[in-house]
Design a protein around this ligand. Structure first.
Ligand code: PSU
Ligand code: MN
Length: 335
């Protein structure tokens, strides 16, 4: 296997050797601090394609049972394209990379009772042995620890509307500025301030590339009115970009924005009026901080009568296929 895959493997085994929390030493001898599923561990050791998946989308992003159904289908989409899915979550205080069907079901059933876990929350979840569903920032961090360089999600967090006053800027953006993982998403939802999100990503030094388009997509719709800073046209283009970022040791992440497939794009005006209503409700109810995004996602879904949910599911599955193709192209580049 190539040098990059063996470095992922050695990173993994040194982590498992050195990072054992004190509670696992006393009552759970031998358990690594991070639990990597056998399948993911083997793929990483052999330099095979692995795609990380987040879990807040399961717990807080979609209602039960569509969340479980979607989580399983997304994993199947990754496999169809020849990569191994690695859904990441914190279960009983253990960061887990690659979940069993039972673990996926547990998380989906917990729903919002699992703690939404961004980077700032990871240490507390581990210390208190809690159950956490990882957001983009926490998932990137854990993926990078074990040497996974491609991560698929639906949409990332960003600068909230009025963020210039509230300073509510998702830690997803700062994580992209400090962790070398490529995130495949459908862009940024218009519940957020898209132009300021792109400004902030520029400040953080994040390479943002739109897939087969010049426009930065807006999750439910193919266009946002914002031009993407760069463009990629194939999985191989993306693999070369990830490889260059790695060789340069830039240390920053990459955001690859894949527009929702046209046949699934929701009516922009339908979604926009639901978003306006949901934003007003959030302000009236004084919903702020990390509760704001889950509230808006759920309200937009209710207000559009499920239209936004089916678009959401379709685009995540599309991202999973593209992300897996990118992960496979990356292993071919390194062979
Ligand atoms: N946007 C979506 N669906 C999601 C999220 C965002 O369309 O599920 C989740 C992701 O886990 C993302 C998080 O990382 O919300 C961002 O939360 P916040 O805005 O609180 O940083
Ligand atoms: Mn926030």
């Amino acid at each position: 296997s190539s040098s990059s895959s063996s470095s992922a493997a050695s990173r993994l085994s040194s982590l498992q050797r050195h990072l054992r929390p004190s509670h696992s030493r006393s009552n759970n001898k031998g358990a690594g601090f991070i639990k990597v599923s056998p399948e993911v561990s083997e793929a990483l050791s052999n330099g095979n394609a692995v795609v990380a998946l987040e879990s807040t989308i399961i717990s807080h992003g979609m209602p039960y049972p569509q969340n479980l159904e979607t989580a399983k289908e997304v994993e199947a989409n990754v496999r169809e394209k020849g990569a191994v899915p690695a859904t990441i979550a914190i279960l009983d205080g253990i960061p887990c990379v690659g979940l069993s069907i039972e673990e996926l079901a547990r998380l989906a059933n917990l729903g919002p009772r699992a703690q939404k876990t961004a980077r700032r929350d990871i240490a507390h979840l581990v210390a208190t042995r809690g159950n956490g569903a990882t957001t983009v920032s926490a998932t990137m961090f854990i993926a990078s620890l074990v040497g996974i360089s491609v991560f698929v999600t639906g949409g990332i967090g960003g600068v909230h509307r009025h963020g210039e006053h509230t300073m509510d800027i998702s830690s997803d953006l700062t994580e992209l500025g400090r962790t070398p993982v490529a995130v495949i998403s459908a862009g940024v939802k218009s519940i957020l301030d898209i132009p300021r999100t792109l400004e902030y990503l520029e400040t953080q030094g994040v390479c943002v590339a739109a897939y087969k388009t010049n426009e930065f997509p807006a999750f439910f719709t193919e266009t946002s009115g914002c031009k993407a800073p760069s463009r990629v046209d194939s999985p191989e283009d993306c693999a070369r970009l990830i490889d260059a970022n790695m060789k340069l040791k830039l240390g920053t992440g990459i955001l690859i924005a894949v527009p929702i497939p046209r046949e699934h794009s929701a009516s922009g005006s339908l979604i926009e009026s639901a978003i306006q209503k949901a934003l007003k409700e959030a302000r009236d109810k004084n919903i702020t901080g990390n509760a704001e995004t889950p509230f808006l996602l759920a309200r937009v879904n209710e207000l559009t009568g499920g239209a936004s949910l089916s678009s959401n599911i379709a685009l995540v599955k599309n991202n999973a296929r593209v992300g897996a193709e990118i992960a496979v192209a990356l292993t071919q580049l390194r062979d």
